[in-house]
Design a binder for this molecule. Structure first.
Ligand code: A2P
Length: 286
């Protein structure tokens, strides 16, 4: 379902094709842990300036208004951009989901979204996930969001949703980086035509000092961050690197002018687990 044009030497950042036929830019700009206000406005504006067209935010990040401001200030036409936000846990359920969506659009000052995700599954109440999902389906049918998906859903959360869904989730955004690649979940999603988006593709910075990754980075004359992002792309996943630092924002977008050889991809795949956030969707306290 996905194309891996991004895996070819010299090809600029490309797109993945979603299970509804729409295209999504293969590298997105993450804004988790970016404080609202000037920091978000400046970093998103910088990202848009250097070429990102895909921005990922969430109601829970409390920076949607600042993301929206940066989008307006960029002067870029809305249709050139791909904007994602997410439903927070306290807004689960059909009616609350519809209201939360309206609130997010108002914060962003947008009239439609490209992608709306359920941020975390309700691990104890699958009916709640389904009623939230039905609200997302309605929003999709009304054209207020082009694509709908989930985040942090494991197989046991996804299967009931797939069984009940009229519109299948197109995306599952999960923690994914060298040292934490959740292979069974990734395979399950792939079998169901669900694109994996990688949050914390740099392990939120925790994996950047790893000696093995540093050796590979040296071999390709790239930064460890670029190796992590390139590894995501060559594994058919969509990385969402976050940075508030202009040089890093640019560096993280320059990941399409080299190819990691198969043996090095396999070496990274085989690294023992490290750098996990510790956030387990079945037991997060929020
Ligand atoms: P900062 O925002 O201060 O630039 P992730 O995307 O996995 O959540 O990682 C984000 C973390 O990694 C942030 O602390 C960010 O710092 C840092 N970071 C982002 N890009 C790079 C890079 N190219 N080199 C080093 N650190 C980076």
């Amino acid at each position: 379902m996905y194309n891996i044009l991004a895996g070819q030497r010299g090809v600029a950042v490309q797109t993945y094709k979603l299970n509804n036929g729409l295209e999504i830019p293969a590298v997105g700009f993450g804004t988790w842990q970016t404080p609202a206000g000037e920091v978000t406005v400046k970093s998103v504006r910088e990202a848009l300036r250097v070429g990102y067209t895909h921005i990922d935010t969430a109601a829970a990040y409390e920076n949607e208004a600042s993301v929206g401001k940066a989008i307006r200030e960029s002067g870029l036409p809305r249709e050139k951009l791909f904007i994602t936000t997410k439903l927070w846990n306290s807004d689960r359920g059909y009616d609350r989901t519809l209201a939360a969506f309206d609130w997010s659009l108002k914060e962003l000052k947008l009239d439609y979204l490209d992608l709306y995700l359920i941020h975390w599954p309700d691990a104890k109440d699958k009916e709640k996930n389904i009623s939230s999902w039905q609200a997302l389906e309605r929003l999709c049918k009304e054209g207020r969001v082009k694509t709908i998906g989930v985040s942090n859903f494991k197989q046991q959360h996804l299967q009931p949703l797939l069984d009940a869904a009229e519109i299948k989730p197109a995306v599952n955004q999960i923690e994914y980086h060298p040292g934490f690649r959740q292979p069974e979940l990734v395979d399950f999603c792939r079998q169901n035509d669900i694109l994996i988006e990688a949050w914390s593709p740099l392990g939120s910075g925790r994996i950047l000092q790893d000696k093995n990754l540093q050796a590979i980075a040296q071999k390709y004359n790239k930064s460890v961050a670029q190796i992590c992002l390139r590894w995501c792309l060559q594994n058919g996943t969509l990385p969402l690197p976050k940075s508030v630092t202009p040089a890093r924002i640019k560096e993280n977008y320059q990941v399409c002018d080299f190819v990691i050889a198969a043996e090095d991809l396999q070496f990274i795949d085989a690294l023992p687990e490290f750098g996990w956030s510790g956030l387990n969707p079945d037991s997060v306290p929020f």
